[in-house]
Write a protein that binds this ligand. Structure first.
Ligand code: FEO
Length: 395
């Protein structure tokens, strides 16, 4: 289905509602949207293609939106195959079309496709402008948001920022194509945060650099390559990205993540949660064995205090906790207070191992760990109360 966004700017993207995993890694309970835009001015420009999985809908949408017009330009902001898989087929159908992209993107495109498109390419860089008639796209370099070749572009006439992966979200339908009500904004935030923290989170400085460049623009509309389009609430999206890219917590409370084989470590996590919430702290408690890592990484961007509880397992960490911490470390998360609860029947080492696994994150690890021998006793219960007091005092 095509949608008119503004005068002669059309949405021509498509949804895959049945794909289970994005990048064969991240769960997609609500599917995935691959966005693409067509500007029909004196010159026509298609902004990015889409994923192979939506080939049929996407190609149909373009032909419907073009309605017999020739396609002058294919602007490629980002070469990752979820946006470039259909470049070859599009160029074969439209032999008149020139690619407009960065030099690095053209190189990557050749690597992925095995084709040399240089004779059909116009190379652009930061500050260059592609004039289409009344619309003109000004290119802004956005390296590592989320690959090195990425460009975003800004159309001054409509005040539209075509933001590539930035401001993207998981989910095919979080309340329609455009964001128009607070409820939808919050739905967007949950899946945009999960997308951001797991896929772009490591590149906070690069995102901050892009936001700085965007701050001088009058942005009426944000058109990302995934998820919903912002034609209201632009400031909300910019604020969220500012928070996430600077690793600023959105909640001063605590996220407690536990792994538990027989319920003993879970009971410790529950006791700490009760101590904290009874005294007014906002708490979220998560069983690592029943929650995909990507959701816990996203929650870790939300909360100021993070508590990880793990049994000692096979002389190491409980495997789901180990996987989580490995992923979390890669995000470069900083500015959090992090505490540990370990459990072990004869040689508890989980707290030490958890701390080692997060070594290098600029977080506060100063709170003493709580150690449990098999199950809670008066000593470990008292240590949990002390941990709760220390977290509350720091609030
Ligand atoms: Fe949506 Fe980095 O690709």
């Amino acid at each position: 289905m095509i949608r008119k966004l503004f005068d002669d700017i059309y949405y021509v993207g498509a949804c895959d509602k049945s794909k289970p995993l994005f990048e064969n890694l991240f769960p997609l309970p609500e599917g995935m949207r691959y966005n693409s835009y067509l500007i029909k001015d004196a010159k026509t420009a298609l902004l990015d293609t889409a994923d192979e999985s939506v080939r049929e809908d996407f190609l149909h949408n373009i032909e419907q939106a073009l309605d017999g017009c020739k396609l002058d330009y294919l602007v490629i902001h980002h070469v990752e195959p979820d946006h470039s898989a259909l470049v070859g087929e599009l160029l074969a159908r439209h032999t008149e079309t020139q690619i407009v992209t960065s030099a690095t993107a053209l190189k990557f495109l050749t690597q992925f496709s095995g084709n040399d498109y240089s004779s059909r390419a116009v190379i652009v860089k930061e500050g260059d402008v592609l004039s289409l008639g009344e619309h003109s796209l000004k290119f802004i370099a956005a390296p590592m948001v989320h690959w090195p070749e990425v460009l975003v572009s800004y159309d001054e006439k409509s005040g539209t920022l075509f933001s590539a992966d930035a401001f993207g979200a998981f989910g095919a339908d979080l309340g329609g194509i455009t964001i128009y009500a607070l409820e939808n904004v919050e739905n967007w935030a949950a899946e945009a945060r999960r997308y951001y923290s797991n896929i772009v989170g490591k590149f906070g400085n690069n995102v901050a650099e892009l936001l700085k460049k965007a701050s001088v623009l009058k942005i009426n509309r944000i058109c990302p390559l995934h998820g919903q389009i912002f034609d209201t609430s632009v400031d909300y999206a910019l604020k969220k990205y500012s928070q996430w890219s600077s690793y600023t917590p959105e909640n001063e409370g605590a996220l407690i993540v536990y792994g538990s084989m027989y319920g003993n470590t879970k009971r410790a996590a529950d006791l700490l949660a009760a101590e904290l919430s009874d005294k007014g702290m906002s708490v979220k408690i998560v069983d690592v064995s029943h929650t995909d890592v990507s959701y816990i990484v996203a929650d870790s961007f939300v909360y100021r205090n993070l508590i990880f509880a793990s049994p000692t397992y096979y002389g190491s960490l409980y495997p789901p906790i180990e996987r989580l911490l490995s992923r979390l470390k890669k995000t470069g998360l900083c500015g959090r207070k992090i505490a540990f609860i370990e459990n072990g029947t004869w040689c508890a080492t989980a707290a030490k191992l958890m701390k080692e696994q997060l070594d290098g994150l600029k977080c506060d690890f100063s709170l003493p760990p709580v150690s449990i021998k098999s199950t809670l006793d008066s000593k470990s219960k008292a240590a949990l109360k002390d941990l709760a007091e220390a977290l509350l005092k720091a609030e």
